[in-house]
Design a protein around this ligand. Structure first.
Ligand SMILES: N[C@@H](CCC(=O)N[C@@H](CS)C(=O)NCC(=O)O)C(=O)O
Length: 117
């Protein structure tokens, strides 16, 4: 959890060639973070909804799909997901702006329709 919070703080200070980023699209992208996997049908449902809504978001690829837990691809993302949500399950959405986090693709889709449509 500590590492995750620190990284959010660092990311908020991200700069490009010395310029702080104030691009509204980047601000929007910071709001939604999706922990997911290619080949996971439930992640795909969420990605399609985000696309349909035209919402920008950040993708994390903690691991391969699989009910038993696929191979870990990104240890930081895997740890952030389990620390934040308490479960090793994808898809997992974090809405940093609203302070919400959700598992379950159907719940995530409902949430997105409610808050981002
Ligand atoms: N009901 C869940 C199913 C998600 C699911 O089965 N995800 C797989 C990867 S494709 C997974 O992470 N399984 C591990 C687990 O659920 O503990 C949803 O709709 O999001």
């Amino acid at each position: 959890m500590g590492e995750y919070r620190e990284s959010v703080t660092n990311r908020d200070r991200r700069t490009v060639r010395g310029q702080r980023l104030y691009d509204p699209a980047w601000s929007e992208a910071l709001m939604l973070e999706l922990y997911q996997a290619e080949g996971c049908p439930h992640s795909s449902t969420v990605r399609e909804k985000l696309t349909d809504l035209g919402v920008s978001y950040v993708i994390h690829n903690p691991r391969r799909p699989g009910h038993e837990g696929g191979d870990v691809l990104n240890e930081w993302a895997q740890r952030a997901m389990t620390d934040l949500g308490g479960e090793d399950a994808i898809p997992f959405l974090v809405d940093t702006d609203r302070g919400e986090q959700l598992y379950e693709s159907e719940d995530i889709v409902d949430y997105l329709e409610e808050h981002y449509e």
